[in-house]
Ligand binder design. Structure first.
Ligand code: ZN
Length: 163
């Protein structure tokens, strides 16, 4: 327009140049804003990348823990079944009243209803029996149910009882 000589009014020309200059400043400001936005976008994308990596690592860890848990759980189930079988074999043929006493004591005594008498010591409460108690126990018939004086548990006589 300037070259074409269509603007005859110098003041109008000055205004137009002023507007043009202010438009250039506005473009430059907007470009700065655009750069800033791009930088923030890049930071955000980097953060998303890091979080995605963290998430993948956590998912791998969860899968590992779950697999370990499943394996342990399976092993425990197998052990439990074996212990149940063992218990069934060990208790088969036991008198019912003895089993009832054992179950009652087991419930009262933290899961241990009977304990071995070894080296004159009750395996349940660790009390060492004195000579006179041992003498009494030694005289009892082998099918007599012996109880610990201290903890009341059934005492199972063994070859190492010290009788
Ligand atoms: Zn005892």
């Amino acid at each position: 327009m300037i070259d074409a000589g269509q603007v005859k009014d110098p003041k109008a020309l000055e205004r137009m140049l002023g507007e043009l200059e202010s438009l250039h400043r506005r473009i430059s400001d907007l470009e700065d804003v655009e750069i800033e936005v791009m930088e923030r976008l890049e930071e955000a994308q980097n953060a998303v990348g890091r979080y995605t990596d963290d998430l993948a690592a956590l998912e791998t860890e969860i899968a590992t823990v779950e697999a370990a848990h499943e394996k342990t759980s399976g092993e425990l189930q197998t052990q439990l079944a074996a212990v149940k079988d063992e218990r069934a074999t060990a208790t088969s043929g036991m008198p019912e009243d003895l089993m009832a006493l054992y179950e009652k004591l087991r419930a009262q005594k933290g899961g241990v209803g009977a304990a071995a008498l070894r080296r004159r010591e009750c395996g349940g409460c660790r009390l060492t029996l004195n000579a006179s108690d041992l003498g009494i126990i030694a005289k009892q018939p082998s099918d007599e149910v012996i109880r610990c004086e201290e903890c009341n548990r059934i005492l199972v006589r063994t070859g190492e009882s010290g009788l």
